[in-house]
Design a protein around this ligand. Structure first.
Ligand SMILES: [Ca+2]
Ligand SMILES: [Ca+2]
Length: 394
């Protein structure tokens, strides 16, 4: 059985019938992807940034061009599909709602004493659940933006309480990951909350199973609320498919399948999400819907810089050439200078580094300078080179 056939058979098992398979979107090479949130109605929202000061959200739908991005201030905290079918997203103490056309509105603000933890999930009562990081309160946010707060459903521990994720279980209960207290808190639809102590493990992300329990990530591990523990080195994200298969993304060319063989991935998958029979996997800048197609490359970009000895006049003319073997974001730095150039290479090729006049003035009286060249490919792998360049007088 070939890799491709194996991958296709698992897709058929878990996600049949896939409406679409292949690459469905990409963001510019100088962006960093935060997350992909799959929409149960098809499509997905991609959360990304260029400068970590703002978050952009791009809507992807198979067969349609990407919806123009909407921008908001700050880094995203929690992000989840709300009871109204829109993406709900927390950033800079605001809860935003973004619809399928990528239009944004602010649902509510958490300012001052009741700032919000980076976790959101749709509750069984038509509200969005969140947690505030003062006084350990649980917040329920209505579609109209009305917040009703109640005491956190488990007593605080000595370390305080840090909520990293909230998820709705298949039976309607809500699971809360409390990292500082190293525990999972389960809030049933009716009755008292219960606590699952995790020993030394600090839970990060949650994904509900099909039987009321929940899977979680912690360090190099994927665990279950029922007690199972599986080592997954450098686990970045997890998802549960409609037949209960647990897939873990670790930035490599295979998805780790808990309790089974790894599944070939179409790209080095760092983010993964499942909804409505679709699986989305994403690397640093690319998004695939389902697992067919692609040819996964988990090698850093190969890059060379020539020549290492040239005249100032030649440098000024652009004789310093960087060659890269695949699409990449290139950045050239000169030590102890602010001289910095970058270039997005949308295909393999050569970039001529042309210094500005100001940069030439600053380094023109030197005999040599130390440079660092970095190259980041479409999947977030870093390559590069560094060394000295000698400047000759002629
Ligand atoms: Ca995910
Ligand atoms: Ca590569």
């Amino acid at each position: 059985m070939t890799r491709r056939v194996l991958g296709a058979s698992i897709v058929a098992l878990a996600l049949a019938p896939p409406a679409h398979a292949g690459e469905v979107g990409r963001i510019p090479l100088d962006r960093i992807m935060y997350d992909v949130v799959a929409d149960p109605a098809g499509g997905a929202w991609v959360l990304h940034t260029k400068d970590f000061q703002r978050t952009e959200v791009t809507r992807l739908d198979a067969g349609r061009p990407a919806r123009s991005s909407t921008r908001l201030r700050g880094r995203p905290g929690g992000a989840a599909v709300g009871p109204d079918g829109n993406l709900w997203l927390e950033a800079s103490e605001r809860v935003h709602r973004i619809d399928r056309e990528a239009r944004r509105s602010i649902v509510t603000r958490f300012l001052g004493a009741e700032s919000i933890e980076p976790a959101l999930a749709a509750g069984p009562d038509g509200t969005m659940w969140a947690a505030t990081n003062v006084n350990h309160r649980l917040a329920r946010i209505s579609s109209a933006g009305v917040v009703s707060a109640s005491p956190f459903p488990a007593p605080p521990c000595d370390e305080g309480t840090e909520i990293t994720d909230i998820a709705r279980a298949s039976d309607g209960a809500m699971w809360i990951a409390d990292a500082d207290c190293r525990r999972l808190v389960r809030v049933p639809v009716e009755g008292a909350a219960s606590v699952v102590s995790l020993g030394e493990l600090e839970p990060a992300q949650l994904e509900p199973d099909l039987a009321g329990g929940v899977w979680f990530t912690a360090d190099d591990l994927v665990g279950h609320s029922g007690g199972a523990r599986h080592t997954v080195k450098a686990v970045r994200d997890i998802a549960v498919t409609s037949d209960g298969t647990i897939l873990a993304a670790d930035g490599s060319c295979t998805l780790k399948r808990i309790g089974g063989a790894p599944v070939p991935a179409p790209l080095p998958a760092a983010r993964i999400d499942v909804a409505g029979g679709n699986l989305y996997v994403a690397s640093a800048t690319r998004v695939f819907q389902n697992l067919d197609g692609g040819s996964c490359d988990d090698t850093p970009p190969k890059v060379t810089l020539r020549p290492r000895r040239l005249s100032l006049a030649a440098f000024k003319r652009g004789a310093l050439r960087v060659t890269v073997k695949e699409p990449a974001h290139l950045a050239f730095f000169v030590e102890e200078e602010e001289f910095f150039h970058d270039k997005i290479m949308s295909r393999a090729g050569t970039w001529r580094v042309k210094p500005s006049k100001a940069a030439l003035r600053r380094i023109g009286n030197r005999r040599s300078f130390y440079f660092v060249l970095t190259a980041t490919d479409a999947d977030g792998y870093d390559g590069g080179t560094d060394g000295y360049i000698r400047l000759t007088t002629r």
